[in-house]
Design a protein around this ligand. Structure first.
Ligand code: DX5
Ligand code: ZN
Length: 224
């Protein structure tokens, strides 16, 4: 599986989302990551489906919507109608996980399952057939710019083994504290979709340069 980049708009200029989306797409980012926060599942509050809907006609990237909200089942259809291609819910945020994942596919989107750093991989045991993407959080969700938690590396590797053994084409995404300094490591561990916010948008030469730097770090790993 080739490595895809999913720039997180959370670290973009909130006054210029469309420009940020365009820059990322032009720089070759395959996905665009939307961090939806409700101030309850996580302390922070961000944006909702209207942003996804507003950017949809302006971008051909895969819209990768990460719901950090309690009872995400309340909003699945809304985000699908707004143009989300992938809708990812947290195992910790929904009581009937299998039903919620099935609901995402019924709404016409790909189903993603996110696990907080302290949530064991066995949350996956009985829903593996229901998912298209597994998101291993490499920070506790809530804020951009946090430090990568090193203990998640072993979890990424274990997740890769599990997915390969299952023989299903599930993408393995990592999110939080990812940058050129650790991109090679997470890819070596088995991740194939890298979310990155602050490392891209705080790059002195802008997100396109950030994307190039991340890509270079990954390709060094792939050559080695
Ligand atoms: C954290 C979010 C992340 C975040 C990543 O709650 O889910 O997507 O924006 O930002 P960085 O790359 O700055 O850790
Ligand atoms: Zn995210």
């Amino acid at each position: 599986m080739s490595v895809k980049l999913s720039p997180s708009l959370l670290s973009a200029d909130f006054g210029a989302f469309a420009a940020a989306a365009r820059l990322c797409e032009e720089a070759g980012a395959e996905y665009l990551h939307f961090d939806i926060m409700d101030g309850l599942f996580v302390p922070n509050l961000t944006f909702g489906a209207p942003l996804v809907e507003a950017l949809r006609p302006r971008s051909r990237a895969v819209f990768d919507v990460h719901l950090m909200i309690v009872q995400p089942e309340r909003y699945i259809e809304t985000f699908a109608a707004a143009g989300a291609d992938i809708i990812t819910v947290h195992a910790e945020a929904t009581t009937h996980l299998q039903r919620t994942l099935a609901q995402i596919r019924e709404a016409g989107a790909k189903a993603g399952l996110a696990l907080n750093p302290a949530t064991p991989l066995n949350a996956l045991d009985h829903v593996l057939d229901e998912i298209d993407l597994l998101l291993v959080m490499t920070v506790n969700p809530g804020f951009g710019g946090q430090k990568f938690i090193p203990a998640t590396l072993a979890k990424i590797a274990a997740a890769r083994q599990l997915l390969d053994a299952a023989g299903r084409p599930v993408e393995l995404e990592v999110d939080g504290g990812i940058g050129p300094q650790n991109a090679a490591q997470v890819v070596a561990a088995g991740a194939n979709v890298l979310v990155a916010g602050s490392s891209l948008f705080s790059h002195p030469d802008g997100p396109a340069a950030g994307i190039r730097a991340l890509r270079q770090a990954v390709s060094r790993e792939q050559i080695l």
